[in-house]
Design a protein around this ligand. Structure first.
Ligand SMILES: [Zn+2]
Length: 278
């Protein structure tokens, strides 16, 4: 099964009130782990990579691995550019076979954010590749840059969507990337207000470290795509560390790769369950 786009996935999620898990993958092992979990759960899934991950592993390599593995396992999977930081990276990702693009202009002024988002939407639309944008800023580190803060304004969100024609929108409602130093204060009323005026799927960034109930509460109020990155990185590394602690003489990357896969697969299965409300 070739990679699918996120369009139908997210529209179905919006219509039926559930969330699709979007999982950041850094290497072949994490791709395998996420797709195996999706297979076991009979779920659709989004694999995504940030610019720093692309610098590490290359767009073409991620496309090749993701599509081969999705095909082999017969899983409905999309490959999404997470936090695309330039028009050029977004168009390269499209050319290399990514089936969903984010352009993150949230650090720019409203007008500049509209402008770059619209350019990417126009570039991607002949290929019917959907585009995610971000308005307002999710706290903490977005990939490798620090963000400014500032929650999404519902009225601005509605203007932004109509001016850009974007397909999905990441909203800032009090979550942060990475792990939380203290319990986050989610602005659920704001989320509900945005959902009322914006008729496209909404995206939650910074879900690592939210409680299961909090994630489900967000899904109930209009979140259709939930991003998970930090928890997966931790799970993978914990699996590798544990194997090496138990067998300090191990030297075959397959042994600790497999240990990392097992851990990530368990986390992803649980997240799929939480997002889908199963
Ligand atoms: Zn993010």
């Amino acid at each position: 099964m070739a990679l699918v786009t996120t369009r139908e996935m997210l529209e179905n999620a919006r219509r039926n009130g559930y969330g699709v898990g979007a999982f950041n993958v850094e290497n072949m092992e994490m791709i395998k782990a996420v797709l195996r979990a999706a297979k076991e759960m009979e779920a659709e899934v989004i694999l995504q990579t940030t610019p720093s991950t692309i610098r590490y592993g290359e767009l073409s390599s991620f496309t090749a691995m993701a599509s081969a593995e999705a095909e082999r396992l017969k899983v409905q999977a999309a490959l999404h550019l997470d936090h695309g930081d330039s028009f050029s990276l977004a168009s390269q990702a499209l050319r290399q076979g990514y089936t969903s693009l984010m352009i993150d202009g949230s650090g720019l002024s409203f007008e500049e954010n509209v402008k770059i988002t619209r350019r990417v939407v126009e570039m991607a639309s002949p290929n019917q590749i959907p585009v995610e944008a971000e308005l307002g800023t999710v706290g903490g580190k977005e990939d490798d840059r620090e963000s400014r803060g500032g929650l999404t304004d519902p009225t601005e969100a509605s203007v932004f969507v109509s001016q850009t024609g974007v397909d999905s929108l990441a909203v800032a409602i009090g979550t942060a990337h990475g792990f939380y130093q203290s319990a986050p204060k989610l602005d659920l009323d704001r989320l509900e207000a945005i959902q009322k005026v914006v008729e496209i799927p909404l995206v939650l960034h910074g879900a690592s470290g939210l409680s299961d109930q909090e994630v489900q509460e967000c899904v109930r109020r209009g979140i259709c795509k939930v991003n998970f990155a930090t928890e997966l990185r931790v799970a993978y590394t914990d699996g590798v560390k544990e194997l090496l602690r138990e067998k300090p003489s191990a030297y075959d990357p397959k042994a600790y790769g497999e240990a990392g896969i097992r851990r990530v697969r368990e986390v992803v299965k649980r997240k799929i369950q939480i997002c889908s409300g199963r």
